[in-house]
Design a protein around this ligand. Sequence first.
Ligand code: ATP
Ligand code: MG
Length: 589
Amino acid sequence: MLKDEGHNGLVQKILSCYRKLIHPAASSISTTSLSKDRDTSLKIRIFLLIGTLAGVPLMMIMILSYLSLQGAVKEDFNNQLRGNIESTRQSVEFFIDERISALRFLAAANSFGQLSDEKYLNDIFIKFKREFGELVDLGLIDSKGMQLSYSGPYSLQGKNYSNQDWFNEVAVRGVYVSEVFMGYRKIPHFAIAVKKELPERGTFCILRATIDMVTLNRYVSIVNLKSKDDAFIINQQGILQTQSRYHGNVLEKIAIEIPHPKEEVVLSEVRQNGSTPLIFGYTSIKKSPWILGMTVASTAQSKILDLLTRDMASVYLAVFLIFLGIIANIKISIGLVNWIREAEREREEAIAQTQHSGRLASIGRLGAGVAHEINNPLAIINEKAGLMKDILLMSKDAHIDKEKFIGLIQAIADSVTRCKTITQRLLGFARRMDVRHEEIDLNDTIREVIEFLDKEILYRNIRLETRLKEDLPRIISDKGQLQQVFLNIINNAIDAVEDGGQIMVSTELRNPDRIRVSINDNGQGIAKEKIKHIFEPFYTTKERGKGTGLGLSITYGIVDRLGGSIQVESEVGAGTTFHVELPIRAEAP
Ligand SMILES: Nc1ncnc2c1ncn2[C@@H]1O[C@H](COP(=O)(O)OP(=O)(O)OP(=O)(O)O)[C@@H](O)[C@H]1O
Ligand SMILES: [Mg+2]
């Protein structure tokens, strides 16, 4: 069996179920009777087979639909997230650009002399702060890194920045945006510095403004976020530049590993300490050392689940349809098993019927053969018995008890006569094996038989009724043999009823090519266990000497040869009905 359980074991099982369904006989279980166990196992197998045949394609369709839905939802979801990040980045970039432009304008519109005058710078600072409320301080630094003038809350006069990275960067690039640092009031800030060329002096100076992060924080936090989502700005090392909901405070490092930022939005799935996966989207913010990051707790799968559970009606409908499918499957399985059981029963009956007919036919042939063989010895016994009787009558020997001997010889002669009756009946049947076909009226044939039995019927005061259907088609059959059939059956009925009993003979057209003759009596009936024997030759329940037990076996043989069939219905004490069905055109032998 192990070799059957290969990789395609399921296919093998389905095929073997099919084979067993189509050829129940091939099943290892006995087919002679369908046990309850077998019924149940067959029902389960059919149920599983139908379930597999219907369920597998359905499952495949469902999986494919789910995959394509998942793809569509994922794309939609990613596009939304990308759009969100993109628009926030634009806002942040616009914010920075605006401040850089304003600072550049201040640097260009005012002379070095004016800007290095602290009072003048203070005036500008106040005006500038009116426009941009988040401005913390404003200062001018010369090309050597020295703070020339300053307006703001700190005391930075005379401070030298020449060693600081940002100073060198702005000297080279012309503009600089710093990372976030904690200011004097412990509020996160960042600085913007622009370079002002002083060609007349052959040198440059730097205008530097510090801006607090409150406004930027707001820019990031107004993104349309769900409760479990988060948006923040980090630097290249992952240090938070703005407040984050879930990933820490300003200047803390976030736990997500930051790959190299790109100008376009990048999305990746991250897992933090075995929690539910997050979608992390990020992009670099131009003209700044910052990265805009966004984390979203829901994935495409959870979105699909959301979608499905939102529309509960379709979930109920799907459950109902599955339930309906299972019920239909159970019904079909039960129906199929019943159908198989019925077909099997019919097949068994047909086999039994054929075996019975065959047995009867062979017994009939045997009987005819034996009758033929014993006919001649019987004739000799009869002749010798007659001779013995003659000799005895002529003998003058007074010592012999003639009376007694003649009685004994008569007994021999009687027995021989009875044997002769039997052999003649058997031979009569055997001799008439050939069927003579002629066109006959079945009703007339029956009337002739009844006429023949008239005297006995009258004598026994039996009421014999006929219900012969008029306009029956004439049939092509053997009249003599049919007369013998009806004679045997009606004779049996006469024997079965008591004096004054009833017999009914009727004819009807069963279907366009078969006529049924029914002979019903209200006699003693036949017990169930005896019915199966009545067509056997020499089976009789009549008193010794009254019946040969050949009537029905001969009848059966004739009807069979004429292409008809014979059935019995009987109930003990109520009566018996013999149905003889004959073809309108008996097939030529
Ligand atoms: N109409 C009937 N009612 C009750 N029993 C019947 C009827 N017809 C047949 N039988 C039973 O079937 C048996 C066999 O019938 P069958 O005609 O073969 O032989 P038989 O009538 O006994 O003998 P024979 O036909 O030689 O007179 C009968 O002995 C009888 O028991
Ligand atoms: Mg009989």
